[in-house]
Ligand binder design. Sequence first.
Ligand SMILES: [Zn+2]
Length: 571
Amino acid sequence: MTLKILTVGILLLTSTTLFATEKTAQTKNSKPKLILQITVDQLRGDLPDKFMKNMGKGGFRWLKKNGLWYKNAHYTYSNTETVVGHTTLATGTIPAIHGMVSNVWYDRVKKRLVYNIEDKRYHILSKNADIDDSTEVDSSQALAGTDGRSPANIMVSTFSDELSLFTNQKSKIFGVSVKDRGAVTLAGHNGKAFWFSKTSGEFITSSFYYDKYPAWVKKFNDQKLAERYSDKSWRLMYDKSKYMFGDSDDSPWEEDYANFGRVFPHEYKGKENKYFNHFLTFSPAGDELTLDFAKAIIDNEKMGQNNVTDYLAISFSSTDYVGHIFGPSSLEAEDNMLRLDKTLAALFKYVDIKVGLDNTLIVLSADHGAPEAPGYLTKFGIEAKWIAPLKWNKKPSLKRLEKKFGVGQALIEAFFPPYLYLNHTVIKEKGLDLAEVQKAVAKEIMDIDGIALTVTSTEMSNNLFPDTYLYRAALKNFNAKRSGDILILFEPHCFANDMDGGAVMASNHGGPWTYDTFVPIIFAGNGLKGKQIFRSVKPNDIAPTLSAVVQAKSPSGANGDILKEVMETVK
Ligand SMILES: [Zn+2]
């Protein structure tokens, strides 16, 4: 009896809800004219709220008032790096499936470390715009063996690919970022990607996308917008007293990279300085330039102006560079957040004028979170440190391996954390058992201070481990073709960046802990109403949700869930 009453109650409730939804939906656009996917590199989930007090009305505050803000979104895999996160956002799946397991992996056929989107078949279209190894701060990009770039290494389709298939290429698809991998990943296999050359100060692309630059891109680059910063510097937006970090501008763990300085104002030092364009990317100027180019795409490609849904992906990189150099708890990071907020407000205003925010579905997230600088954490009594994963590779570890297997150093083919690659040829020639060698090397590495877990590829392939958080995160990162023989995970608040235990930057992300996995997911525009949602969701839910919004099929490897709150307003 009780059950029957309850059932009737639910039925009544359901029909009322359905009616309400249907009524609301009639006033909304079921299919947006434009999908605007924004990624803020290294934007940890709590950072917008932390600094909202001094923000204006049109950026994050507007998103909070008018957006569905998922406040409990976490990446589920262990290697929270830039290309891994961007590809997860693009494809709706995990690195085990999309294949972008790390910014850099070892290619056993080419016998060298490779950069994630390098592709020697497709050179960049500009002369003298390739990265300059002598000034490049991005150590993974500096490993690229060629200036060529393409999305070919992404093993599955992206949402943008599916949109293109769904409309038989009628949808216009663009990606732009300061970072090549921030643009190429989201533009997918069928869109067009542009990124910023720190050598030439222009937005560039490769022959994968075009035979020659469209006229409007050439015109844009001819304006030399980067040079307008030549005699300027990065100054605080407000008086120091307004900032949470106003009295700690000069913390010892901040990096004075190439004399950019640790305190305000940070001088850009003029276009003749070989680091000039780099300095722009280490500051809000990088995001401002990205916005300029995004506006040019909207205008020149007439985005959102016809009856099919267009797609524009913008990845803002400055937050990442600022976080690495100064730490996320620094005056620089605080001012950068306020400037990013201003940049977002300007973007939303522009899109509203050109397309209408009611016709635009905005989704904002990040490719990974941000750890605090170890020096900063120590002030709070939290033990944090830089560790030296390379140190295992010294005696006596190798001596012990040599004693056991008759061969030491020659067992190791490559080591680029989080992965170590063994030399399979040597192991075979010596008649050794691969699983046994993996286990022995993994055990030696476990003995280093600050290592939380080492997992071998044999354990991964055969599912030979307990069902714990760390092992699950490791498995989601495991791709048999690209992952190494041994995955190395650090303990919370333990970091490596120069691999010898020193710090070349203030902080470094890339682990499985919540400060690295926590990102915002915000959907806004297209008739959505403001709401904070605290249930657990994942960034790989975004792509299948976007597919559902336009009613296309999900990307080929997608395994995220459709976010039901977003669908409530779609007819
Ligand atoms: Zn990143």
